[in-house]
Design a protein around this ligand. Structure first.
Ligand SMILES: [Zn+2]
Ligand SMILES: [Zn+2]
Length: 167
């Protein structure tokens, strides 16, 4: 069981934006989809999913940019207003109506990205052939069934988000 009181800090490249995450992530995705490859100019994206109310902007201001996502439900990427580095993203539409209640933190913007290694590799059908996947983590061609992959305590936290979304 992870330490649920742990917190983390991160920021953009120019130092304008600083943020704090006040819970361990619900899950950390390593996404190999072609959208993430293009948006990051890289081979994959590492995103830590956490409740929006556990994420605080400590300093600076951000801008939200809309980009397409593989589901067809557009994604908003939140960037530093000055250097434009992507800090986190979110979806307006997610199952259960929780889209605006969760953030997908770009793990590389944490002061210590090693604190949030990927829990699952997704959209590996689009992965670059030279990327080698670990044998001790779930790997899925596209997406997965949440209750089969998320730890027990994260599912409990998801239950609370779904309750809030229905209010
Ligand atoms: Zn910046
Ligand atoms: Zn992706």
């Amino acid at each position: 069981m992870s330490d649920q009181s742990r917190s983390y800090e991160g920021g953009c490249a120019c130092g304008h934006v600083r943020y704090k995450v006040e819970s361990p992530p619900l899950i950390v995705h390593c996404c190999h989809c072609s959208f993430c490859q293009r948006q990051n100019g890289s081979a994959f994206a590492v995103n830590a999913v956490v409740e929006a109310d556990r994420v605080t902007l400590l300093q600076g201001d951000v801008v939200d940019i809309t980009v397409p996502s593989p589901s067809g439900k557009n994604q908003k990427i939140t960037r530093c207003s000055k250097c434009q580095v992507a800090i986190w993203s979110y979806y307006l539409v997610m199952r259960g109506g929780i889209g605006e209640l969760v953030r997908f933190i770009r793990v590389g913007t944490l002061d210590d990205p090693s604190a949030m290694p990927p829990d699952v590799h997704i959209y590996t059908s689009a992965k670059q052939p030279w990327v080698e996947l670990p044998e001790d983590k779930p790997v899925v061609d596209e997406y997965y069934v949440t209750k089969e992959v998320w730890p027990e305590e994260s599912l409990a936290r998801l239950g609370r988000l779904l309750e809030v979304a229905q209010q």
